[in-house]
Design a protein around this ligand. Structure first.
Ligand SMILES: Cc1cc2nc3c(=O)[nH]c(=O)nc-3n(C[C@H](O)[C@H](O)[C@H](O)COP(=O)(O)OP(=O)(O)OC[C@H]3O[C@@H](n4cnc5c(N)ncnc54)[C@H](O)[C@@H]3O)c2cc1C
Length: 381
């Protein structure tokens, strides 16, 4: 079995890592202070193909498979996590529904501008009364002539404040329960759609989220994405692939934290010796390495399974659960190895410590991942 990534993917990883570490990180203080990603970073990211990772080449994208995308996400994960979050919300959950279910007309209309970074995408299922219990959403879509009328509220929607297109999940047939759910391509400028004020978050600055309200919103019938009454399982399938990407981003963040920790441990002297000579510090570094290696093996395996056309519902949850919990352990140890400087805003440790916390919550909390894994195990004969 060969665990080496193909040469073209390794080369792409090198470029993206350099961009994340040299270009984006150089603007990290600015992103933290303003909660905005500078427009030139968006332009540079678009030139590198980051907004078209999953978009087929015929629509101007890079057309990478899941292994390639995740290799990029790991490299991107080494840099500012808010920037990485903004890009991946677009390139994974914001884009994958349209690529998978869109008609040729829908793809031709949106994908080229999405690949160019001119139309940022997002995905909206969560509502104030249904987060983990996403099968019980209330946003309603009713057909009136050539239009669907949407009413309801989504909240915490990543990229909503800067989005040109959102994949919105709504109920089209309440009698069918969660099977009566459909997906819609919604432009925030459509009549009756409004985006609320930017959420004030613990971290991931620059990755903006907000409420999206539909008040008799008029969505053209041609913007129905996929079949009418697509159903909960299919709609959630859009998130399944996103979970593998989160595992890869987590691995990148862990690698960065370990690299910073090793450098700090070698350079910092106490009691007349580098702290790296103390076994207590060595053990923290070793435990971080174990978490990184196991997380990387998992995302690589699950990405390979996706590309091989296998069902990854359980394994995507295994990868996301393991890697995001591992990242929390690693972030905590990195702050500990750093000592006081780990708590200061001058060094990246405290930023990663805040930013990583979100990954155990969104796209399904750790508890929901465990419910999916156990549910799948118990369904087996
Ligand atoms: C910054 C940010 C960005 C986001 N971006 C998006 C986005 O782009 N699109 C989108 O649709 N959503 C998005 N979300 C929403 C996110 O997916 C939800 O917050 C998440 O699924 C949890 O839902 P909740 O917040 O309602 O928590 P709740 O569902 O209320 O959960 C609270 C706690 O209860 C636990 N819990 C709930 N049910 C069970 C159960 N059955 N068994 C055991 N434990 C349980 C949870 O694990 C959690 O610990 C985002 C959230 C945040 C914070």
């Amino acid at each position: 079995m060969d665990f080496t990534l193909p040469a073209d993917l390794r080369e792409m990883q090198t470029h993206i890592r350099a961009f994340a570490l040299n270009v984006v990180e150089a603007r990290a203080h600015e992103i933290e202070a303003t909660n905005q990603v500078p427009p030139e970073l968006i332009r540079q990211a678009a030139e590198l193909g980051l907004f078209g990772l999953s978009i087929p080449e015929e629509y101007g994208g890079v057309g990478l498979g899941m292994l390639g995308r995740c290799a990029v996400y790991e490299a991107l994960g080494q840099g500012h996590m808010g920037f990485g979050g903004m890009v991946s919300a677009h390139a994974s959950i914001g884009t994958s529904g349209l690529v998978k279910l869109g008609t040729p007309e829908q793809k031709a209309k949106y994908l080229p501008r999405m690949a160019a970074g001119e139309c940022i995408a997002g995905f909206a299922i969560t509502e104030p009364s249904s987060g983990s219990d996403a099968a019980n959403i209330r946003t309603r879509a009713e057909k009136k002539g050539d239009t669907y009328i949407l009413n309801g509220t989504k909240h915490y929607i990543s990229n909503a404040p800067i989005a040109g297109i959102l994949t919105v999940i709504a109920i089209t047939d309440p009698a069918k329960g969660s099977k009566g759910m459909s997906a819609f391509l919604v432009e925030p400028s459509m009549p009756g759609v409004s985006v609320g004020k930017i959420d004030e978050k613990m971290g991931q600055k620059g990755a903006l989220s907000a409420e999206v309200v539909f008040d008799n919103a008029e969505i053209p019938a041609e913007n129905l994405l996929g079949p009418l009454d697509l159903g909960y399982r299919e709609a959630l399938g859009i998130l399944t692939n996103g979970r593998v990407g989160i595992a890869a981003r987590s691995t990148g963040a862990m690698q960065r934290l370990l690299d910073l920790s090793v450098a700090h441990a070698k350079g910092r002297e106490q009691f007349g010796a580098p702290i790296s000579t103390f076994q207590a510090v060595q053990f923290m570094l070793a435990e971080m390495e174990v978490d990184i290696q196991t997380s990387r093996l998992l995302w690589q395996k699950v990405a390979w399974m996706v590309d091989a056309g296998q069902d990854v519902r359980r394994m995507a949850s295994v990868a996301k659960y393991h890697a995001t919990e591992a990242l929390s352990r690693v972030a905590d140890k990195a702050v500990q190895v750093a000592g006081g400087v780990g708590y200061m805003k001058d060094a990246p440790f405290e930023r990663f410590y805040r930013d990583q916390r979100l990954l155990r919550i969104y796209e399904g909390t750790s508890e929901i991942q465990k419910l999916i894994i156990a549910g799948d195990l118990l369904r087996e004969k």
